[in-house]
Write a protein that binds this ligand. Sequence first.
Ligand code: ZN
Length: 129
Amino acid sequence: MSQRRLRQFASHQRQLRRARRQYAACLDSPPGDLPGIQRVPSNPEKLSHNKTFGPLPLFYEDLFFVCADCNSEEIWAAADQKWWYEEFKADINSIATRCPTCRAAINARPMQQPAEEPEQEQPLLATSA
Ligand SMILES: [Zn+2]
């Protein structure tokens, strides 16, 4: 490696270290560097059902959320996100809001019966005698 390339390399390494320090300073623990946090790469072809002008994710990352019903603290696993968006073909802007227990409780509820009101007979067309 030439002296010039060595200097460029060293300069690049310093820039990287500075960027990492700045990143760590603005976030106490950068995502992806937290132990136990999983990342899964996305498959852009399987996301083509999304008609969005925004960027599609390059990867999924374990996501922390609070259940909307019971307020329990939950992790939406990266692999589950991949299935939700790429296999179930959900909208890329939809996110998990309920823990598995609350979701199961909703799914176990019997289908709501339609309102008790008798259906009004709708006159179809005025019939001529
Ligand atoms: Zn819940």
